[in-house]
Design a protein around this ligand. Structure first.
Ligand code: 13P
Length: 344
């Protein structure tokens, strides 16, 4: 493995920095824009993301890299500057989502379980994305907790796909973010924090076995897991302290220390919960790896609302985004507090 993969991975989890997941597919960003009654067009998507990437304070100081969608990595700002150049000028590394989405997994559980697609032709796509400036990538496998589920078939198939993707990424000189997400918004009321623990540990063990079989260099990946948290439908919600403690315990049991860093997804947690959980974990250190954020919704929800799709609100949107980025930067250092949150 070239030194470079390891260097990129370490830069992504540099102290006090984390990743902005801005790789919403066209259908997902439409859902976000629906909440502010904004039509999703190529231009409105560009304007929104340009607003984020031109938040210079956030991009310089708190955001190590941005996961982009295929459309965005090719897009130019209003003044003609490639969006990729804007983030690079701020010192932030461009990344790319390369999976083509979670599709029904054929078989008896196809109404609930999915397999992530996108391996065919991926070697050629990686070569193009590298030329477009991407130095890291993301692939998300989805695991759903339901009655008697996940099935072994689903866990194994998604772990295998993640490993094949990760090997292709490293071959192209691109750091793979390996994202096996155990959903927290599944249908099952019996999905308490211990069930999340059991399923996440099983999934992570399977993923690392597949990565090993595929000869993926662990020093050149970033793991992007869910936290250990009760499902949203569970009547038994856990405290922030329990989420932090069980997440760290589960990761220590399953993730080799050769992995340079772990960057969590927010997965539907509230903005502040995602920040608080991360901060508590880091404050409980020392830990075998840096723990940071790779949030989508928990970094962007406030910014979308403050912006509202209106040019006159760009500065307000940037302030909201910068505030969340700063709070999560503090959390990555274990230094966030409710007082700092409110003081801002
Ligand atoms: P959330 O933080 O909104 O879960 O998004 C992160 C992500 O990239 C999911 O794939």
């Amino acid at each position: 493995m070239s030194e470079r993969l390891e260097d990129i991975a370490r830069a992504l989890v540099a102290p006090g920095k984390g990743i902005l997941a801005a790789d919403e597919s066209t259908s997902t960003i439409k859902k976000r824009f629906d909440t502010i009654n904004l039509a999703s067009t190529e231009d409105s998507r560009r304007d929104y993301r340009e607003m984020l990437f031109r938040s210079t304070d956030a991009m310089k100081n708190y955001v190590s890299g941005v996961i982009l969608y295929d459309e965005t990595i090719r897009q130019k700002a209003k003044d003609g500057t490639p969006l990729v150049d804007i983030m690079k000028a701020a010192g932030s590394i461009p990344g790319i989502k390369v999976d083509l989405g979670a599709k029904p997994l054929a078989g008896p559980t196809s109404k609930i379980e999915t397999i992530t697609e996108g391996l065919d032709g991926l070697r050629e796509r990686f070569a193009e994305y590298y030329k477009l400036g991407a130095r890291f990538a993301k692939w998300r496998g989805v695991i759903t907790i339901a009655d008697g589920l996940p099935s072994w078939n689903c866990v194994k198939a998604n772990a295998h796909a993640l490993a094949r993707y990760a090997a292709l990424a490293q071959e192209a000189g691109i750091v793979p973010i390996v994202e096996p997400e155990v959903l927290m918004d599944g249908p099952h009321s019996g999905h308490d924090i211990d069930e999340c623990y059991r399923v996440t540990a099983w999934t992570l063990r399977t993923v690392f076995r597949e990565l090993y079989d595929a000869r993926v260099e662990l020093e050149g990946i970033i793991l992007k897991p869910n936290m250990i948290i009760a499902g949203q439908k569970s009547p038994k919600q856990a405290s922030a302290a329990e989420v932090a403690e069980k997440t760290v315990k589960c990761l220590k049991e399953t993730v080799p220390s050769a992995v340079p860093g772990i960057a969590f997804l927010s997965g539907g947690q509230s903005d502040e919960a995602a920040t608080e959980h991360l901060s508590l974990m880091n404050a409980s250190g020392p830990l075998p790896w840096p723990l940071t954020f790779s949030y989508g919704r928990a970094l962007q929800a406030a910014a979308i609302q403050a912006w509202g799709g209106k040019p006159e609100n760009v500065a307000a949107g940037q302030r909201a985004f910068t505030h969340r980025a700063k709070m999560n930067s503090l959390a990555a250092l274990g230094k966030w507090s409710d007082k700092l949150e409110k003081a801002a």
